[in-house]
Design a protein around this ligand. Structure first.
Ligand SMILES: [Zn+2]
Length: 439
């Protein structure tokens, strides 16, 4: 009987309305018992103990928007390196996007990803299938086959679902299997060949702009189609304040719409296009960093409950691919290993949201939306546990990251809060050696 005692941590488990110092006994991969700490009852049956005093003990964090790049782009990331980055970032599970090569639009690719995840044996991996064959935006993929093989949602992420009719069918079919359609909201005619947010800073640098409405227009279409079909649409990486208004409107009408925000969209603005480094390709992502009013709207949405999920949109690219002119660089930054520190520093220590709200955004809600296990530390639940260190002072180091790619704009940032240890199915898969857990 494999067991582990997580002692003395502050257990924050919104699913059971718990916020208290407790010991957590894990047996055979599940939460066996939660109890008030007692002197003398210090050990698990086979003696393994983590001293979590001063730390938070949370249900495992779930990142529902990650690009693992395998198969096809293993020079950027693999399932093994991506899940190593995930557990170092405090995530016990990730959902991976289908824009691989070949595209994850059939059971063969889904099974390949799951096999790689089993070999890596770190974070749990939930594949997301394509909406359309080859993500070409024409014919619907075999949604039932993808679901059967283990996909938990469908999306054409990297691009939007091409037409209203295809989105209607996607919502109808995905709904039959209880899956959400995750949408990369972008009107491609309005985006054109834009590379940055349309505004003062892009104009000053002579960069072609993408207005926030390129995103909100598509969100409005999809919310209307969710109403028509009764399907569930999840708006990925929301960046524009107009989109947040659209989501609030949809929710107020009873449409089945949820949404996510990335750390970079609630921390950064398009001022980063000019300073500290002008034309830094590590601030080029899609959707782009927007202006201060948009960033502040995202913070307000996180605080008032309009935003359901924080997801990273971890998008690794090789150094050489990013080391080109701004116009030519690929969109995207890594995110798995900076998300928790950014959330602590800006949202919790910044007084924007409570501890339990953070756990809802990073664990409870993504697990619920994807209908995967997790999001709770109730007795009997899988022992996926993230031990977080709210007072850790850490300096972000791209060079030290587990991800194969280093394209982060946060290199060198000093942040308060981080990850102490990550436990998946009762196994300790990551320990931060900067913290003494007396293991
Ligand atoms: Zn996207």
């Amino acid at each position: 009987m494999a067991s582990l005692l997580i002692k003395g941590g502050r257990v924050i488990d919104p699913a059971t309305k718990t916020d208290a110092v407790m010991d957590l006994l894990v047996v055979d991969g599940r939460i066996a018992e939660r109890r008030v700490p007692e002197k003398g009852r210090g050990a698990a049956p086979d003696g393994r103990v983590i001293d979590a005093t001063g730390h938070w003990v949370c249900p495992g964090l779930v990142d529902m928007h990650v690009h693992l790049r395998e198969p096809g782009q293993e020079h950027k990331e693999t399932v093994a390196t991506g899940t190593a980055a995930a557990v170092a970032g405090g995530f016990t599970a990730v959902a991976c996007m289908p824009n691989t090569s070949p595209v994850n639009d059939n059971a063969g690719v889904t099974e390949y990803i799951l096999k790689k995840a089993a070999e890596a044996n770190l974070a749990r991996v939930y594949p997301i299938g394509a909406v359309s064959r080859g993500q070409a935006g024409e014919q619907l993929a075999e949604i039932g086959e993808l679901h059967q093989a283990g996909c938990v949602a469908i999306t054409d992420d990297g691009r939007p679902v091409a037409t209203a009719m295809l989105m209607r069918r996607a919502l109808e079919y995905a709904g039959m299997f209880g899956m959400p359609v995750i949408e990369h909201c972008e009107d491609q005619t309005l985006k054109g060949d834009g590379v940055a947010h349309e505004g003062f800073h892009a104009s000053a640098l002579g960069l072609r702009g993408i207005p926030g409405q390129a995103e909100s227009i598509m969100a409005l279409r999809d919310i209307a189609l969710a109403e028509l079909t009764g399907g569930v649409v999840h708006i990925a990486h929301m960046s524009a304040r107009q989109t947040l208004d659209a989501v609030r409107w949809g929710k107020s009408r009873g449409a089945r719409v949820t949404c996510e925000v990335t750390p970079h969209h609630f921390v950064l603005t398009d001022e980063m296009l000019r300073a500290p480094i002008a034309y830094d390709t590590n601030v080029k992502m899609n959707p782009p960093l927007r202006e201060t009013a948009d960033r502040d709207a995202m913070l307000a949405g996180l605080a008032d409950g309009s935003v359901d999920v924080i997801a990273t949109d971890h998008a690794p690219h090789h150094y050489d691919e990013k080391r080109v002119e701004f116009d030519h660089a690929p969109f995207g930054i890594t995110g798995l290993e900076t998300a928790v520190s950014l959330c602590f520093d800006r949202l919790v220590h910044g007084g924007i949201i409570s501890l339990s709200r953070l756990v809802e955004l990073l664990s409870v809600n993504p697990a619920r939306i994807l209908r995967v296990p997790g999001g709770s530390l109730a007795e009997g639940a899988p022992a996926d546990v993230s031990i977080l260190a709210p007072e850790l002072h850490a300096t972000v180091s791209a060079a030290m990251m587990r991800s194969k790619s280093k394209n982060t704009p946060f290199d060198g940032w000093k942040l308060r809060g981080g990850v102490a240890a990550t436990i998946v199915g009762g196994r300790t898969v990551y320990v931060n050696d900067a913290i003494d857990l007396k293991i």
